[in-house]
Each structure stands twice: as structure tokens, then as C-alpha cells.
Design a protein around this ligand. Structure first.
Ligand code: SF4
Length: 398
């Protein structure tokens, strides 16, 4: 699979970045970081800690925004997708998960292939991607998903299928008694376009033993994504922060992803999202304030110099924080989600009914230029929202 690793970035972004960074002053502790960024030197975990500890969040955000501007200017990407979660039945019980149910639970569900395709069909005229992740169903093996994806492809050939996280791939391999690479190959042939990247949580096995015991190990997550890239499936990668991890573990997580990316260039987008605590699950989870969310987005942009896109996941962080994130290093915002349940159940209050126009207006309000993209970031269409009435901000420094 050939990747240029740009995914819509300006091919001269490193030169533009160097000029941008060198044309303005940076406060003491950020000076050496700015010069590493200007030279294209990857930041170390210690640099990352300095960014987390720097007293001015705005300076850190400004640095991240320089990188984003060099790569994409003010272009801000979204796609028109729908989330259909095929089942909430799961053989695991991760501590932080509000979605999963045991097979005998009253509100357990598992959509038949026909019901799934019918559901996708309701949205097919309005979206170009279906995004499907779910629980680890005890009886659904790789052939079940082959039929599901072939069904989508036969009935809705214009849709891309972004589906299944690494742990789902691992589970299918175990049920079907084949390697994870063979699972990926088989699903690609059936129509799978890319992997969404969920389930990375924090790539540290001590943290995982606490919050998602039984899920894939850090090494397995990375190996499955590497295999996906090798068979020609691009993927996203994620980070669930604000559970029980340290700042150093967050940064080491980013470095692990960056190291894999250096050999495959198969990651397209990094999606950091905070844990949304509620009364019943993981009471020991730490607080991730809005300031910490945008700082983490900025730090990811700066650490992940070889992953082109950083996503603001508005279903999880809400529209206001997402808007701010777009000025702190994020360049991509989750698409026109019309149906979603995982984040909603975990306590998110973001409205579910944003259509494309509302999303594009949000991007414009944050100073961006909305661009609709396809799943694999190979096709881009500028999108002009209807602003009624057009809103302007009062004159103040941003
Ligand atoms: S996070 Fe995924 S694997 Fe873990 S319990 Fe929830 S659905 Fe199952």
C-alpha cells in the first residue's frame, strides 16, 4: 500500500512551519521545542512533559496551531457518516464501559445482518461512510462480518465501511481460529475500508490491567494496526485519557503510535478523548477539565509529527470545547453523526442531530474553512454553510 503520509497536508508544510515558528518569539521553555519542531525533530517525552507543565495554555495552543496552519491552513475536515453499533453484547466487561451488556441482560441487542443493512439504508442517501463498532459477540465470527460488509457493499455501493476496533479483530481471529492478519485480509476483500482505531485507551499494560482487563495488550493493539496497514487498510488511532494514567503514560502512548507510524504511514488521524465519568464506573478516575482536554489535543499535535490529522471528537467533548480544540491544533471534527449510542450512554450531552450545515457553521465560527472529505482523506470538497444570519464576533484579540 502506498501512502505519502500527507492525507491532504500541504506537501511543503515543514518549510512553512519553519518560517512560521522562526518569525515569532516563543517564551523560554518553549524555545527549544519550537526549534525542534522547525527542524522536524520528533519531541521527546520530556518535551511533552514541559508542554503539559508550561504555565500558559495559550502559548502551547499557539504552537500547536502553527503546525496545524502549516499543514492545512484554516481548512477543517469532516465527513458525512453515520454510526451504527451492531451489538452491545460483549464477552468482556471493561471497567469504564457503559455500553456493553451481558447476553442475558434485558437491554442487550444484536442486530441481524438484514436489520443492520436496513438501518444503514435509512441514512445511505445522506452519508458516505458507515462507522460500526460494537461488543465482542460470543457467536459472531469473521464470516458473520464478511456477510455484513458484503451486504452493505451490494446494497449501498457508494458507502465506505469504517469498522471494528483491534480487540474486535482479535476476537474474530480467536472465534474463527485464524490469524488477525487473515481476518483483516478477509474483511478487506468483503468491503471493509478502514479501521476506526478505538480501544487504544492508554497503551500501557499496567493501566490496561486496571481499566480494561482482558482486552488486547498494547503490543497487540499496535501489531493489529500494523497488519491492517500492511494489507492496505488505513486506520485511525485513539487515546482515552483521564482514567488512572500519568502524564508520562499519555506521552509514551503517543510515542508508541508515532514509532509505528514511522514504519507504515497507515495512521490517518489521532483521536484523543477524555473519559466521561459517572457515578457507577471507575470512581477513581481523575478529572479532565476543558483546559486539560484542549491542552492534550495541542500536545498530541506537537508530539505526533507524522500523523496528519488530529480530531476533535465532539460527541465526547461537546461543541464548545470542540470549537476551541480547532484553534489548539485539531483540524478534523467528527462528522455528521445522526445516530450514536456509545458516547451518549456514557453521559455526553452533545446534541445528536447536527446536520452537515450546523457542523460547517461550527467550523466557520471557530475561524476555519469547512472541507468535506472522504473516509480515506483522498478526496476533498470545500463546503459553504448557509449562515442565517451571518454572525460576527466583537473586535478583540483571539
Ligand atoms: S470497551 Fe469494548 S471490549 Fe470493553 S466491555 Fe465495552 S464493548 Fe466490550
Amino acid at each position: 500500500m502506498h501512502h505519502d503520509g500527507l492525507a491532504g497536508s500541504n506537501p511543503k508544510w515543514q518549510v512553512i512551519l519553519k518560517d512560521g515558528l522562526e518569525s515569532q518569539p516563543w517564551p523560554g521553555p518553549l524555545k527549544s521545542i519550537a526549534s525542534k519542531l522547525a527542524d522536524g525533530t520528533p519531541l521527546s517525552v520530556e518535551d511533552g512533559l514541559a508542554l503539559y507543565q508550561h504555565p500558559s495554555l495559550h502559548d502551547v495552543g499557539r504552537l500547536a496551531n502553527e503546525v496545524r496552519l502549516a499543514r492545512f491552513g484554516r481548512r477543517t475536515f469532516f465527513n458525512a457518516n453515520v454510526h451504527v453499533n451492531q451489538t452491545n453484547v460483549c464477552v468482556l466487561a471493561c471497567k469504564f464501559c457503559a455500553f456493553r451488556r451481558g447476553p442475558k441482560s434485558k437491554d442487550a441487542y444484536a442486530m441481524s445482518i438484514e436489520a443492520y443493512i436496513e438501518d444503514v439504508g435509512k441514512y445511505a442517501a445522506h452519508v458516505d461512510e458507515v462507522h460500526s463498532v460494537g461488543g465482542l459477540h460470543p457467536d459472531w465470527d469473521v464470516e458473520h462480518y464478511v456477510s455484513m460488509f458484503e451486504g452493505v457493499r451490494a446494497n449501498h455501493p457508494s458507502l465506505s465501511i469504517k469498522a471494528l476496533t483491534a480487540v474486535e479483530i482479535k476476537h474474530l481471529g480467536q472465534l474463527s481460529n485464524i490469524t488477525t492478519k487473515a481476518v483483516l485480509q478477509r474483511l478487506k476483500e468483503a468491503g471493509l475500508t478502514s479501521l476506526p482505531g478505538g480501544g487504544a485507551e492508554i497503551l500501557d499494560d499496567d493501566v490496561r490491567a486496571n481499566i480494561c482487563n482482558g482486552k488486547e495488550s498494547s503490543e497487540e493493539y499496535l501489531r493489529i494496526h500494523k497488519e491492517a496497514h500492511e494489507v492496505g487498510l488505513p486506520s485511525n488511532c485513539t487515546m482515552l485519557f483521564g482514567t488512572v494514567e500519568t502524564l508520562k503514560q499519555r506521552l509514551e502512548h503517543m510515542v508508541s503510535l508515532r514509532t509505528l507510524q514511522a514504519s507504515t504511514l497507515g495512521f490517518q488521524c489521532f483521536v484523543p478523548y477524555p473519559y466521561l465519568p459517572d457515578a457507577s464506573r471507575l470512581p477513581e478516575a481523575q478529572l479532565a477539565t476543558a483546559a486539560e482536554v484542549v491542552r492534550t489535543i495541542a500536545v498530541s499535535r506537537l508530539m505526533l509529527n507524522n500523523i496528519p490529522h488530529i480530531k476533535a471528537y465532539r460527541m465526547n467533548i461537546g461543541d464548545h470545547v470542540a470549537e476551541l480544540a480547532l484553534q489548539y491544533g485539531a483540524d478534523d471534527i467528527d462528522g455528521t453523526v445522526q445516530k450514536e449510542s456509545i458516547m451518549h450512554l456514557a453521559g455526553s450531552t452533545a446534541p445528536l442531530d447536527h446536520d452537515r450545515n450546523k457542523l460547517a457553521r461550527l467550523i466557520e465560527d471557530a475561524g476555519g474553512e469547512p472541507v468535506q472529505r472522504n473516509t480515506t482523506y483522498t478526496h476533498f470538497t470545500p463546503y459553504t454553510p448557509v449562515q442565517v444570519p451571518k454572525r460576527t464576533s466583537l473586535p478583540m484579540a483571539s
